[in-house]
Design a protein around this ligand. Structure first.
Ligand code: WT7
Length: 657
């Protein structure tokens, strides 16, 4: 069949719940807050349920206990795939753009996606994976990653995707925490000019592991791999056999597991201010409704549009806006294997032109990095298909916002600044493209069902405006929305203390925010000890622990500092007692240690050797002072009189790099 698989022709989805005007937004918002059960019950009618729910919402934030659509039975893959087959079998679900632009593009129709997901679900079954088992996925951005995720969801296994930039040690910790029994990986992954040997990282992570029974390996780079007898199998062999089981007389089927609305769908590890990363758990029904609803409304998706979210599926953005949101809406999701600057800084624009992308959703850090190349890489590229632009992951500075607006959107495309978190499942605060107003650097208004408030340190709601007419405080939520996390895997108490205990009966985001006279929110950044490096969350405690593992290090303290491209950079103050090598060498050794313990993404940008750290008499490191020094502040360091050794501050200040 040589039909062109583009556009309108095959699409029949319509979105009755897509908000089309500011007035409608206001009335929907009002309804969602006044009667959430009615509101979210009505929205949920737009999905395919094996059995309808008994109650829409039960909750308290004290435990916390949050249940959406209790008693409902469904499978998310029937909503993401099967229900589209009657009308959109030939519509592209995923368009895959390879790392190397010379390599063939792969277009995966809904019919093909159905087959591959059924096949992979069969593979999991053949290998003994059952509902509730944890499957770790460590792959590059290939379509098989989406098949693996959805295959798990189809049989009710809980997927835990780990981004390819994490180290063997990080994987080992996550495997242990999740008690995972099965791994899906690739021999290697292409990222720009690099080949990353994923399977050998997995081999290292599995030394000493006692839970993993099987590793399935998809061939991508043909890099040499060691396959362990009885444990490791090839994706291709398994899929070939499964095909004979799921296809009879040209009909493909693999019955989807019937899931409870509140069964866990996946675990995604993310950093906090203390301890090791925690496994954020999302459950099937609420997450499905939330990603779908926010996808359709924030991006104002129209049937046939090509949606390009540039994130990696290893992060929540990829889960929600490459896989579940778009597919549940019958959309066409463009998946890109590579990086924005390879083979050159025009890659995104080539992709937009080549695939006639309608919506581009990326991170401020990518925009800032592309800005440094000027407008040369954009010249001659046809970007006229673009209708909507989006950003996510960190505050966007006005300069980057305007550059994006003028050079990419050519002032014709609304920009959505979407604020959300791994824990929130999907966007909470964002303008709706072209429907509600945009304001540079402001995430603006809450989505229906989202009830933000600002509180002071004592948990008292902020109602006073400052001299600029703005309210300022810590951002919390009063009530649950369908996509809120349910627990942190294996440790519910940790979920409570992290998110629900700082301020009683509120969900605390960890972010600070401003609110203007229109009720618009501007997120100012984390107020806890969490850094946001290029839109990725990294805990200071985690980096300090990694640095402290290095034999020569006595103690360290990490703070963030403003970084032109990454948003924040990592500044490390290190007390060193080893005798080995000069400072440059020591720095390299420390960086390598961090790369080994966490992954290259957590390497410090700056390392300053110091003889002491500013501590209070009770031994607490005063990060506030270090933060100011790292930011280049020399005068107003605040009160240093409570320090054990105030003289250390001058030494650190003078040694700043
Ligand atoms: C943290 C969550 C949401 C997916 C990617 C990151 C920051 C996120 C924005 C935005 C300002 C933002 C917050 C948040 N953040 N989006 N539009 N404006 N800040 O997910 O790793 O869970 O990080 O990213 O600080 O708490 P994450």
């Amino acid at each position: 069949m040589n039909r062109r698989l583009t556009n309108k022709l095959y699409s029949t989805m319509s979105y009755a719940y897509q908000i089309k005007s500011l007035e409608q937004y206001q009335s929907e918002y009002k309804k969602s807050v006044e009667d959430p059960e009615k509101f979210w019950g009505d929205i949920a009618e737009n999905f395919y349920w094996r059995k309808k729910w008994e109650s829409v919402l039960n909750w308290n934030f004290a435990e916390p206990k949050i249940e959406w659509y209790k008693g409902g039975k469904l499978n998310i893959t029937e909503n993401c795939i099967d229900r589209h087959l009657a009308t959109m079998a030939d519509q592209p679900a995923i368009i895959w753009e390879p790392n190397n632009p010379e390599e063939r593009v792969r277009t995966v129709t809904y019919a093909r996606l159905h087959k591959r997901v059924c096949q992979f679900a069969q593979v999991l079954k053949n290998n003994g994976v059952k509902k509730g088992d944890r499957v770790c996925i460590y792959m590059g951005m290939v379509p098989e990653l989406a098949y693996a995720v959805l295959g798990c969801a189809r049989i009710g296994a809980i997927h835990s995707v780990i981004f390819g930039g994490f180290s063997a040690q990080s994987i080992a910790d996550r495997l242990e925490d999740a008690q995972a029994t099965f791994i899906v990986t690739c021999d290697g992954a292409y990222r720009g000019g690099k080949d990353i040997p994923l399977k050998s990282v997995i081999d290292e992570a599995l030394i000493g592991n006692k839970t993993v029974k099987r590793v399935i390996v998809y061939t991508r780079t043909r890099t040499p791999v060691s396959m362990i007898k009885g444990r490791d199998v090839w994706w291709e062999d398994e899929m070939e056999y499964a095909e004979t089981q799921i296809e009879k007389d040209g009909v493909v089927s693999f019955p989807a597991e019937e899931m409870d609305a509140e069964d866990p769908l996946f675990i995604l590890y993310t950093s906090g201010s203390t301890g090791k990363p925690k496994g954020v758990v999302h459950s099937v029904a609420g997450y499905m409704v939330w990603t779908n609803y926010t996808f359709v409304n924030v991006f104002q998706y129209q049937p046939g549009d090509i949606h390009f979210c540039t994130a990696d599926i290893g992060w929540i953005t990829g889960h929600s806006y490459i896989v579940y949101g778009p597919l549940s809406a019958g959309a066409t999701s463009l998946m890109f294997e590579g990086i924005p600057t390879w083979p050159d800084a025009g890659r995104f624009w080539d992709i937009v032109e080549k695939h006639k992308v309608n919506c581009l959703y990326t991170a401020p850090t990518a925009i800032r990095s592309l800005m440094t190349f000027g407008t040369e890489p954009i010249k001659g590229k046809n970007l006229s298909s673009l209708k909507i632009l989006g950003t996510v992951g960190e505050p966007i500075n006005e300069e980057a916002w305007h550059w994006y607006d003028e050079n990419i959107g050519q002032k014709k495309c609304p920009i959505v600044d979407t604020w959300w978190q791994t824990e929130t499942g999907g966007c909470l605060i964002s303008n709706l493209a072209g429907v509600t107003p945009a304001k540079a650097s402001w995430a603006t208004l809450p989505l229906p069902g989202v009830q933000p408030l600002l509180v002071d340190e004592n948990g008292k709601e902020v109602t006073e405006k400052d001299e600029n007419g703005l309210m300022k405080g810590n951002l919390c939520m009063r009530a649950p929305w369908p996509g809120i996390l349910r627990t942190t895997y294996g440790d519910h108490e940790r979920c409570r203390t992290n998110y629900f205990a700082t301020y009683p009966n509120l969900y605390f985001t960890g972010d600070g925010a401003l609110k203007d006279e229109n009720g618009f929110y501007r997120i100012t950044g984390r107020v806890d000890d969490v850094l946001n490096i290029s839109g990725h969350r990294i805990g200071t405690a985690e980096v300090e622990n990694a640095i402290n593992m290095h034999a020569g290090v006595v103690e360290s303290a990490i703070v963030g500092y403003p970084h032109d491209i990454k948003g924040q950079g990592i500044y490390a103050f290190v007390i060193y007692n080893g005798h080995h090598g000069d400072e440059a060498l020591r720095r390299q050794d420390i960086s390598l240690t961090v790369a080994k313990i966490i992954g290259p993404i957590a390497k410090p940008d700056k390392i300053q050797f110091v003889t002491g750290l500013p501590k209070t008499r009770s031994g607490k490191i005063m990060r506030r002072i270090l933060r100011k020094i790292a930011e280049g502040e020399t005068e107003n360091l605040g009160d240093t009189s409570t320090l054990l050794d105030p003289a250390i501050v001058d030494e650190i200040k003078n040694g700043k790099i």
